[in-house]
Every structure is written in structure tokens, then in C-alpha cells.
Design a protein around this ligand. Sequence first.
Ligand code: HEM
Length: 502
Amino acid sequence: MASFAVMATADIWSIGLMIAVTLRISGLPRVWHCRKGNRHLQELAAHEKYAPSRPSRRSTPRAPPVFKGDEFYGLLDGGPEGGRSVQMERAPDAHAARRRVLDRAMPARDEAFRTINGLAGVFTDVIREQEGSTDTDRGKRVLEVDINQVASWYGFDLITALAFGQSLDLLRSDEYRWLPRCLQDASVFLYWAGFFRYALDLWRRFLGSKWPARLGMHTAVEAQRYADLADSQVYRRLDRLAREDEEKVTGITDAAAGTTDDSKDDEVGTRKKAIKRNDIFGHLLRANLYSRIDLRADSSLLIAAGSDAVRFTITATLFHWTTQSPPTSLARATAEVRTTSGLTPSTLTDAAVLGSPLRYLRACVDEAMRLNPPKPSSIPREVAPSSGMVIDGVVAPRAPPWPDPHFFRPERWLARPLDTRMVAAFCPFLKGPRACPGKTVAYLAVQLALFHLLYAFDVEAADEEAAEGSGGKVQGGRNDFAFNDWVIGYAQGLNIRFKPRM
Ligand code: HEM
């Protein structure tokens, strides 16, 4: 009897061991967490569990078996025909060659400013038009808005205006309002399926077939739908190309400018003119350097890269402003926007937005991105021993190079001299040759949206739930912005109260 018990225990133990080894080798737990969108939290937990006491490489989570810049992204960018976007070019030379073309196609700073400033005005108008209640104390209108939603419309409008010269106009019309959710679902598919490294080709063929619909695999169906949208944008742009060459202007819908009749309103007329700019695909198509399927892959990349990270950063900044207690950062940013900068929506310029007049606003945006990187999916990593570690000849300290790392403190970015280690450790846009080419556009987009919002409205958290509910968690004075990671961060609705000032 005793020997039976020993044998049974040994069997259970060895089965457990086999399961553990299989899970470790297959990487299935990682895929599971990717599907759930909490892989970043698992890594943080592993970091907190192992790093302080065990300075060993063995104690670190296994590095993901995927080089993200390669075929991984093909599941989203490549489409069924297997196009290659710029970020899929693995060879440094091939990547650098495409980056040179893309960097030249990016809008000049002042052009980007004019387009985005027009859309930031529409963003504010759309919030102003929401149905609201009346504040019984002060008699002001109160508009309670899911900022995630409106900011995502803004994000898609601005990237499609810049990339194709014609915004999809989600702010004004509901025709394409399915797109943010579609991209989110497609990103879920990319993120978990992409970690089956050896099945990527198979997945791609699967996406090119009717099987996702037959099997009812919603995220894969949405990945197909997103690829179709990215294709259609390139074809629409091509259709307009010849006409535009004759007219020497790029097209723009009236609705994207905020009206169908610009004679009504001079300000809107100016906006409309401002949105008529040269666009990224106009440039890429004229350069005629790549195959259509590669251009379609770049279309998919640009729409995804340029929209949701902007939405996420606007939302994260508003979350920290409205949940900080007391809301000193919001008060200081509001004062800068309305008075100390000396700026108004009509005197704004690109230099002012990106320069010292709005330095506190910029510090808030950087602080929100430091705490909540919009593209958090980490590259392979190791946890440093307590003494730090040397990477490529540079000493990386184990402790974060700033005090109170978990707290929202925009002031840390204004201290002079600025701690160079802090600047070095801050890289929401990545660093090096694969760093984000849209960084300037991104800062313009986020800061302009926030400027217009603070100028037009008094802003506050909608209710306790904004802090404690799906939007995030407040713990001991420390505000955690809760989000899922599916390549880009996705937070669930965050309601903000806007009270129009005029
Ligand atoms: C707050 C906003 C943004 C953040 C935080 C951000 C961050 C990043 C990061 C971290 C990467 C590298 C991703 C990786 O290799 O896995 C990246 C790549 C990229 N981003 Fe952004 N981005 C933002 C906005 C934009 C905008 C507005 C555009 C377009 C106008 C854009 C275009 C791109 C492109 C094309 C790449 C691929 C570059 C390459 O592989 O060479 N991004 N971005």
C-alpha cells in the first residue's frame, strides 16, 4: 500500500514536471497572457519576484522567441499576399533604405501642425456638442464624455489625413467608427498568434482564406477586415493621384474640416484649407519605389502606428490629471494654457506647441508616457542584479534613476540640470534606427488636443469610477492607469467631465 502511494505520488510529480517543462518549452503561458493582454503585468511580477534577491540570468523570464521587427508584424501589416512594411525589414540596410524614403515622406512640422490643429478644433467641437446636464451649483453645462472613444476618433482622423490627405472623418460621421474596435481586435490576434513563431506562414494563409469566418474566429476576421481597409486607402489614394496632379492640391472632405459649408464660418473655412496638405502616401506613390503589396503593408502600419498611441497618450494624461489628489498638475497645466503661455487657439504655432511656452504641458505628456508607455510590448529583456549591469559598455543601474517612480510628477522633467540618466532611460518612441518616425507628429497631436481641451473646458474626473473602475486604480496616493497590452495599450472607457468656459 505504502509503495503504491509512493509510486502514485512519483507519477503525479513527473506528470506535473512534464507539463511544466512542456509549457516552458512551448511558450504557451506567454501566448495565453498575450491573448489576455496582461503580458506586461506578468513581466512586472517576474521582475518584482526575482530581481531584488537573485542577480542571476537564470532567474529572469525567458526572452520572447520573436524578433518583433520581422514576420511577427506581417500578420497585421502583410495582408494575405504577404507584403512587407518598413518595420518588417529585418536587414539593417534594407530597413535603412526604406526609412530614408518614409522619413522624407513625413509631413514638415508646420504642415503637420496646420492639419492637426484643425482636427484638434473639431475634437473640441465634438465634445462641446455632446448632450450634457447642468451643474446645479455653478449653472454651467456639464458634458460627461468617454474620452477614450472621442480621442480614438481624433487619432484615426489625424493619421488618415496625414497619410492619405483625406481623413476618414470619424469625429463627424459614424461610417468608420467601427475601425478603432476592429484594429483592437486585429491587434489581439497579432499579439497572441504572432508568438507561434514557426506558424506565421500558416497563419498568413489562414488569414487569406475563408476559414476565420467559418471557424467564427472573431479576432482573425477583424484582422482581415483591417487589412481590407488598409488596402482600400491605398487604392483610393491612387485614384485621386492623377486628378490631384492636375489640380496641384490634395483632396479633403468637407466633413473632415468640420463642415459641409465653409462659407458659414470663416474659422472653419481656415481649418478646411489647413487640412489640404501633401500627404505621406502621395509622396510614397509618386516615388514609385515599392510594389503595391508593400505599400499596402505600409498603409496598415501607418494607420495602426499613428492612431492608437495618440489616443492612449491623451487618455493617460487626462487620467493622471483628474485622479491626482489634489489635482495640482491639472491646475498648473490649465494655468499655463490659459494665461502664462500667453497663447490662444488662434496664436498657436508649431514652435510654441513644441517649445518653452508649453513646457509644463509637455512635461505632463512625458510623465504620462513614462508611467504608461503607449507601446509597452517589451523587447527581450533581462533583469539586472542589484548592482546594475553593463550593456554594450554602458552601465545600466538597477534602481530607477528617478525618485518616486510610481507617482505622476511632471515637475521631474523641468528640473535643471536634467538628470541625463533619466532622459536616457525614457524611450516611449524607442531609440536608434528603428525608432518612431512619427515622434514630432505625435507630440503635436497630443499637445494640441490637450491645449484645445484645457482652453475650452474646465476638466475634472467624472466620478469615483474614473479613478477606481475600469479606467485605473488609485493605491495609496499612487494612481495606476489600468490597460491591456496588445502591441499598443488599450484602456477601457474613461469618463471625463467637461464644463465649457464660453
Ligand atoms: C504617442 C504616440 C506614439 C508613440 C508612443 C510611438 C511609439 C513607437 C514605437 C515604440 C515604435 C517602435 C515599435 C517597435 O519596433 O515595435 C514606433 C514605430 C513606428 N511609429 Fe510610432 N509612435 C507614436 C506615434 C506615431 C505616429 C503619429 C506615427 C505616424 C505619423 C508613427 C509611425 C511609426 C512608424 C511608421 C513606425 C515603424 C518604424 C520602423 O520600424 O522603422 N508613430 N512608434
